[in-house]
Structures are given as C-alpha cells and as structure tokens.
Design a protein around this ligand. Structure first.
Ligand code: ADP
Ligand code: MG
Length: 731
C-alpha cells in the first residue's frame, strides 16, 4: 500500500486546490450581516422589548420574563427571514472549546399541527445534558443538572455551515445550584467587579464616569499546512503538534517569511475565513506572515472584553472549518513544530469609560495625566502582587512548550513600560519623604501627555520579549497561548486590577480623611505602589539567561510547568481574592483547578500514547526495512569477496541504526511502565506532576532525539511520516 505521505505529496503537486472566494468588494456591505445587532433589533422588536434589550446590553439590567417572549419572537422572525431553521444555545464549557446543541423551531401542537416556535423560555434558559462536560466534581457534590442561560450582552448570531443555518444564542453555563461550569460566567463577574472598582476611582477625577469597560484586542497566531500532509501525521491529528520530526535544513534563520508575500492558497483561505468572520461581526483588521515558515497572524479591532472573547472563539472555529474547503489545516497549538517559533495570542488590554476616555492613554491635562498614572500604576501593582496567578491563567500543556522552554516569552511575569515612563515612575518614587505637598504643582505638571504618544507609539521603543508590555495606550499580555480561550486570563487580569483599585481607593480615602488634599493623597499612595511593585518592571531582554538569574535574585517566580503553576489558584491569597470579588467560591475554584489538571494529564497522556504508537508502528518498521537493505548489501559485498573497507560505511550506519532502534523500543516500553505507575496515583496534582516530570520529562525528548536521528539516516522512500520540510515549505 502506498503510504499516506507519498499519496499526500503526489496530490500536492498534481492538483493544487483552487477555491473561489466570493470576495465582496466592500467589507461594510457584509459586516454584521448575520448578527442580531441593536439596529436589527430595532426593526424586529416592539418599543418595550427593544428598550428592555438595550438596557440589558448597555447597563446589565435584567430582562423580565415577559419581555423575553417578545425578544424571542423578534429573534425568530429575523432568523427565519434569513432561512434559519434551528437554534442553539452557544456556550463555553471548560473543554476550552465552544459547545452547541441544535434544536429546530419546528414542533407539533397537541393536536398534531406542525408549527415553528421559539418562546421566551427557550431563549432564556436551556438544560443541555451537562454530564459530558467537565465539572471538576462540582456536579457530583451538588446536582447533576446544568443550565445554559442567555447572555444578552453578547448579540445572537447566525452560523452558516454549508447550506445549514443556525441561530446561536450566547449563554453562560451553570450548575443547578449556580456554580459556574464555563469560561464566560466568571469573566462576566470579573467585568462587573472591575467596572465597580474603576468607576469608584474615576470619581476622583471625573464625576461623569458611570461605567468602565475593559477592552480586548487579541492577535491570533497560527500555522497553515496542507491537509493531506497533516492527515499523514497521526500526531498532528490527535494532539495538534508533531511529536517527531527533524528540523529542516532550512528553518526560520533567513527570516524571509516574516511579512513576506502570503502564499496564494493561504491567501484564498484568509479571504474566505475573513468574509465569514465579517458576517459575524468580527472586525478583523490585519493579516500577515509570522516569523516561522507557514506561520501567520490575524488581529481584529479591539472590542469589549466579553464580545472580543466570543469573537476569538468563533474565529478559531471558523478558521478550522473554512480551512477544510481549501484542503488546508489550521494549527492553533502553541508549539506544533520543535525548533521553530511557537504561536501565541497577544491580549491587548485597556479600560474605556462611558465618557469616551481610554484610562491607559496619557491625558492632555495635568488632571487627566494623574488619572492615567493612577490606572497605570495600579495595573503594575496588580501584576506584581498577583504575578503567580497571572502565570496560572496562561498555563496549559501546549503553552508549557513556549513558556517553560527557552522560547519566548519566559514563564517569569514581568512588565515592560518603556524608557520614558520608567523615568516618570522614578521621579514619583524618589520624591524625598513623599513630600508632594510643597511641590505637587511641579509633580502634576509632568508633561506626560506630550512625550508619551511619540515615544510609546513609536515601534522603536517596543520590547517584544516582555510578557506584559505597555504599548502606549494599552497593555499587551503576550504570554497567552494561541489555543487558549482568552476568558481565562481576562478573568484573572480584570479581577486583580479590580482588587488593586478597590484597595487603592480605601488607602487614598484614609489619607483624605486625615486631611490630605486629594491629589496629594493620590500621589502618596501611587508612590507607595511604585516602591512596592518596581521589582516586576524589566526593560531588558526577557529571553536571556541573565534575566532568569536577575529575576531569581529579585524573588520573582519562574514556574515552568503547568501542574505547579496551577497551584497559584488555590493559595489563600487567591481564594480570598476571588471570593471577595464574587468571581469564584472555594468549591468553584477547586473544581477549576481539578479540571485544568485533568486536562493537562489527558493531553500529555495522549501525546505519550501516540508517541509510543508512532515509534512502534511507523518509525521502527521503516528503520528495520532499511536495516535489512543494508544487511543484504553488506552480505552481497562480502560474498563478492570485497574487503571490509568496501562496506565499512554501511556497517557503521547499520550499527547506528540498530542502536537507535534499541534505545527507542527500550524507552517506549519504559515510558508505558511509567504511565501505569502514574495512572495509579489518586491525587490529580501528583498524577499531573508525574506525567510532567517522569513521562514527558524523562522520555519525550529522549525518544524524539533517536527518532529524529533515524529520520536523517533511513532511506527517504521508506519514511512514512511527512517531514518538516514538506509540511512547512511545500505549498
Ligand atoms: P501590534 O501590537 O502588532 O503592533 P497594534 O498595536 O496596532 O499591533 O494593535 C494590536 C491590537 O491591539 C489590535 O487588535 C488593536 O485593536 C488592539 N488595541 C488597540 N488599542 C486598544 C485598546 N485601547 N484596548 C484594547 N486593545 C487595543
Ligand atoms: Mg502586538
């Protein structure tokens, strides 16, 4: 039988795929076409229902049951006008993916009359079979049922798959007793906490602010490869990454891929998925090649965090589906290929007021400068105080390949703020004895607004090795994994900033109470915060060995693996933080921790299994075949009466191959034994550590090393796994 590899290679060259993209000339013509925006709602809802929906979207007001029925009717009328037959509650269980269960509008009346129906009940609440979603023991402790409940703050949309059209209602997913079972519920709570804390602090500067909304602009990195070649790599199919594969003769050293021209096939794919995205209201803005071969990036215009999170999940789903049409496969894994860059998802984050101010953009007057400085310093303090939690929020089996390995960004959480703001903070800090009262005029006149825009928005002052960088009017959290749901880290980031702002207000109020002038009190506390948290600031090369050493001296944590990083969720400090801000109670927190450990264990377990299987059924047979050819050859040369010199090279190769075969089969066996031991452990944490340190730590690199050596020795015609150069460079 022909190997899948040779089949894929043949197909690749003989019939390049051509997919026509409809390519509407103007994006505005299709943007939001499949979204129930407020503008559309206006057309399909009564005045009362529209008012109720708007109030809910804009200020989080609850929609009454009676209005629910009216909104449902309007939604159904709109959806049917677009040919929709089914609806689903769309939610984000803790599998890391989105989930849906489709129901048709179609139903039968008591007398058998068929009708199309969608009532308020079906809109507001559903009860999907929750037992197959991870609950971390929550359902066992409480109640087996789980509910999805409508989240009006994210608009309903129509998903088109082939000819089928489904109305999707974004929902949260909670247990019968109210514990969250999804990624969205805690996020929404964190946004509420942040809104409250930030509005309170804004009152020092502007009484008109009544709402603060965190904003998120994600940048999604991904790899794009031929689907035929991907199908010939069971490791890619099952784990999203290649467990074997020798580095190609040419990697990314020439740096010729970055911002280079986009290959035609990939370009067609991009236009196709962008069009689907625009229809769903995802405001994609940029597309370009990334550093590694076959790696790309796209980014939208930023949006409110909740919507941005939904849009990113939708995008990952759309990309995966659309790629199939182009006979391509999208890889969202953090590290699909060893030896070349991995993929991340930069989370650009800021805070916007309902008065139209970006709180992390330097202001134009001394007063707004102080407001900027307040939110800026509080964010840094939050990152400093909760760096372990931030690290935990981006921990996953996939991301360990980036954060823990000698690749960017490091697992050490630090913040980059640029030269100019470093000077500003130094000035704040060194004000002797904190005596702002005499000189506060001078202090407040710091011309932040004039210099920062040029300095910070200028690319030259950017440090791309920092996990958390200030980039002029927002922070960019770069250590997030490419496959992650942004909700997880956005929940943590917004919660820790909310907590910090809350305490800030208490401290400032106390000083004002004692008689300090407001501005002076604010400066005093900011100074204290700068002193307290300056060790988290780092301007140098975050990838360097020197920084790892320096960070250790500063006492900054550097937790390289997920099982240990996740501990931060369960510290007393974290429990208090989450409980007091009403994000997670202890049971929810413990359940999440458990789910994340289980996820880690399963992922490494699957990798170990596929590694063993591929080594045994793909690699070793190819090597043995070539071994036999060599043996025949040597025998023949011997029989022909030639001296050893004539076949000494073959003998050496034969010996090396035999050695690699022995080491591989030996260690695959040992790895299986180790897995059995790990599986007997009862605590998930112990098990995860065993999978991390013993199975992955002791065997993955070792087995891979010998397999990759064989790849360079065995006759190419016998090698059945597509090679890196084929996967990465063939178009
Ligand atoms: P890069 O970091 O690649 O240079 P940009 O800085 O232009 O790119 O923008 C990256 C992302 O940051 C985009 O998605 C953009 O919309 C987003 N962004 C810009 N301003 C904000 C903001 N105030 N809040 C959140 N995200 C923002
Ligand atoms: Mg960026």
């Amino acid at each position: 039988m022909q190997s899948l590899r040779s089949h894929a290679l043949e197909n690749l060259t003989s019939n390049p795929v051509e997919v026509k993209v409809s390519g509407s000339s103007k994006i505005t013509a299709i943007f939001n076409e499949n979204v129930f925006t407020l503008k559309v709602a206006r057309q399909f809802l009564s005045d009362d229902a529209y008012k109720s929906l708007t109030a809910s979207v804009k200020s989080g007001k609850k929609i009454e049951r009676s209005m629910g029925g009216q909104v449902a009717n309007g939604l159904k009328a709109w959806a049917e006008s677009k040919g929709v037959t089914h609806y689903t509650h769309w939610f984000q269980p803790l599998t890391g993916l989105s989930a849906e269960k489709h129901d048709s509008f179609f139903t039968l009346k008591g007398d058998g009359t068929p009708i199309e129906e969608f009532d308020g009940g079906a809109l507001i609440q559903q009860e999907p079979d929750a037992s197959s979603f991870p609950s971390g023991g929550l359902r066992a402790t409480f109640e087996a049922r789980g509910y999805t409940a409508w989240d009006p703050s994210s608009p309903a949309f129509i998903m088109e798959i082939g000819q089928g059209k489904t109305l999707c209602i974004p929902t949260i997913f909670v247990s019968y007793t109210g514990e969250s079972l999804d990624a969205k519920t805690p996020l929404l709570k964190a946004l509420v906490a942040l809104d409250k804390a930030a509005v309170d602090v804004c009152q020092y500067f502007d009484k008109n602010v009544t709402k603060v909304t965190p904003t998120l602009g994600w940048e999604q990195e991904y790899f794009m490869i031929d689907a035929g070649l991907a199908n010939a790599r069971p490791d890619l199919l099952l784990t999203g990454r290649t467990v074997f594969g020798h580095a190609p003769a040419k990697g990314q050293q020439l740096e010729d891929h970055y911002f280079g021209t986009i290959p035609e096939r990939v370009y067609a794919f991009m236009r196709d998925f962008e069009e689907e995205s625009y229809k769903l209201g995802i405001p994609l803005r940029t597309r370009h090649n990334e550093v590694a071969p076959a790696q790309f990036e796209c980014a939208p215009i930023y949006e409110e965090v909740n919507i941005a999170v939904d849009h990113n999940l939708l995008l990952m789903d759309i990309m995966t589906r659309v790629a199939k049409r182009h006979n391509l496969k999208v890889l969202l894994h953090e590290k699909p290929f060893a030896g070349i860059n991995g993929s991340g998802k930069h989370n650009n984050w800021s805070l916007a007021t309902d008065t139209g101010v970006n709180l992390l953009a330097p202001g134009k007057t001394p007063k707004t400068n102080l407001m900027f400085l307040t939110f800026f310093v509080n964010t840094i303090k939050a990152v400093h105080d909760y760096s372990e939690l931030l690290r935990a929020s981006i921990a996953s089996a996939g991301n360990d390949h980036r954060l823990g390995a000698n690749e960017a960004p490091p697992a050490i959480i630090s913040a980059f703020i640029g030269k100019y703001l470093t000077t500003v903070l130094e000035q704040v800090e060194t004000r002797v004895g904190g005596k702002f009262d005499e000189q506060d005029e001078a202090m407040l006149k710091l011309d932040i607004h004039k210099s920062i825009p040029e300095l910070m928005l200028d690319n030259t002052d950017r440090n791309r090795t920092s996990p958390f960088a200030f980039t002029g009017n927002k922070f960019e959290f770069r250590a997030v994994g490419s496959a992650a749901n942004c909700a997880t880290n956005m929940t943590v980031l917004n919660t820790i900033v909310a907590e910090t702002l809350k305490n800030f207000k208490i401290e400032v109020d106390a000083l004002i109470e004692k008689g300090d002038k407001k501005e002076v009190a604010i400066m005093h506390i900011l100074q204290k915060y700068v002193v307290d948290s300056k060790k988290v600031l780092f301007e140098g090369d975050g990838y360097s060995e020197a920084w790892a050493n320096e960070a250790e001296k500063r006492g900054l944590p550097n937790v390289k693996t997920t099982p240990l990083a996740l501990d931060a969720y369960l510290s007393e400090k974290s429990k208090k933080l989450f409980e007091s801000n009403d994000i997670y109670n202890h049971a929810e927190l413990e359940a999440r921790h458990e789910i994340m450990l289980e996820d880690y264990i399963k992922k490494v377990q699957i990798e170990a299994r596929i590694m063993g299987e591929l080594a045994t059924t793909y690699v070793l047979p190819s090597a043995v075949k070539y071994q036999n050819i060599l043996i025949e050859n040597i025998k023949g040369l011997k029989e022909a009466g030639l001296k050893e010199a004539a076949y000494s090279n073959q003998l050496q190769v034969l010996e090396a191959i035999s050695n690699h075969i022995a080491v591989i089969s030996d260690n695959v066996k040992k790895m299986i034994e180790e897995r059995k031991l790990a599986n007997e452990l009862t605590s998930s944490r112990d098990k995860a550590i065993a999978y991390c340190d013993k199975i992955k730590g002791e065997y993955f690199d070792l087995i891979r090393y010998h397999v990759d050596k064989l790849e360079l020795m065995v006759d190419d015609a016998h090698w059945v796994l597509p090679k890196y150069r084929e996967i990465l460079f063939l178009r």
